[in-house]
Design a protein around this ligand. Structure first.
Ligand SMILES: Nc1ncnc2c1ncn2[C@@H]1O[C@H](COP(=O)(O)OP(=O)(O)OP(=O)(O)O)[C@@H](O)[C@H]1O
Length: 257
């Protein structure tokens, strides 16, 4: 199981500081809900976790190894807008990730490898309750079904870390509760670490084992560019506040090298 360490992470675009001095360590198998006001840098943080963007300063470690600034099958992602390919069936959408992982140039598998990818994809579709819809195109699926398909597509490669950017935001409440249950079951079964950005605090506390809020500590207009958002609260869902990590004293840090 995976431990994520975020160390003194900063992100700026030009002279605008978006995130500053983000520090936390996750327990293996955590479900982290990330909350905070619009524009505080939650999606920017997820893009750095994904390897789509490099930090301006600081680093992210996955089990002690610095994260490379490029996407990897270790990390899966689900966005709010359906990220599935409209011209592929549900099964083809799920298989696609496995085909590119197994054959990066041709993007196609043959023979036994293809049969295995097909079986794994069908099992994943079954896991999200879409086994009857394997040969349907996304336009033939409801919003909730499309989002379950996006989850299957992200999870089929068994990523260690799953990044969810408001994945349930566009769903009706009943469907949303249903997809919550599927997500929680898959999370427990697979033992992955999840980071989920949400605007919905009740969703954050319902799903998360830990809720981390980003916000700006300085909000005067002249301070908006120079200072970014940082962790303003960090709560285990049983209500325990996690104290900030003490700085490692320099001699100890040197000894640990
Ligand atoms: N590629 C980029 N270039 C310049 N500025 C950017 C870029 N990406 C994000 N920003 C800026 O970074 C800030 C944080 O954006 P981000 O989308 O991470 O916020 P957010 O907390 O996810 O917002 P929301 O909750 O509204 O989705 C915003 O001011 C945004 O304009």
């Amino acid at each position: 199981m995976t431990r994520v360490t975020v160390e003194n992470l900063w992100k700026s675009y030009g002279d605008q500081t978006v995130l500053e001095n983000i520090n936390f360590v996750t327990e293996p198998g955590s479900f982290i809900s990330l909350v905070g006001p619009s524009g505080c840098g939650k999606s920017t943080f997820l893009r750095m976790m994904l390897g789509d963007e490099a930090p301006s300063k600081g680093r992210i470690l996955i089990d002690g190894v610095a994260l490379e600034a490029e996407p990897s099958p270790d990390r899966g992602v689900v966005f709010q807008k359906y990220s599935v390919f409209p011209h592929l069936t549900a099964l083809q959408n799920v298989m696609l990730g496995l085909e590119f992982a197994g054959s990066p140039i041709a993007g196609r598998l043959f023979g036994r490898a293809r049969r295995q990818a097909r079986a794994a994809s069908l099992e994943m579709l079954q896991g999200v309750g879409l086994e009857q819809s394997a040969n349907k195109y996304p336009s033939e699926l409801s919003g909730g079904m499309q989002q379950r398909l996006a989850i299957a597509q992200a999870l089929v490669k068994k990523p260690k870390i799953v990044l969810l950017d408001e994945p349930f935001g566009a769903l009706d409440p009943g469907i949303r509760a249903e997809v919550h249950e599927i997500m929680l079951r898959l999370w427990r079964e697979e033992g992955m670490t999840i980071f989920m950005v949400t605007h919905d605090l009740s969703e954050a506390f319902k799903l998360g084992t830990r809720v981390i809020a980003f916000d700006r500590r300085r909000t005067r207009p002249e301070e908006l560019k120079a200072y970014g958002a940082t962790v303003t609260f960090d709560l285990m869902v049983d209500g325990k506040i996690i104290p900030p990590r003490p700085e490692t004293p320099a001699p100890l840090a040197a000894a640990a090298q």
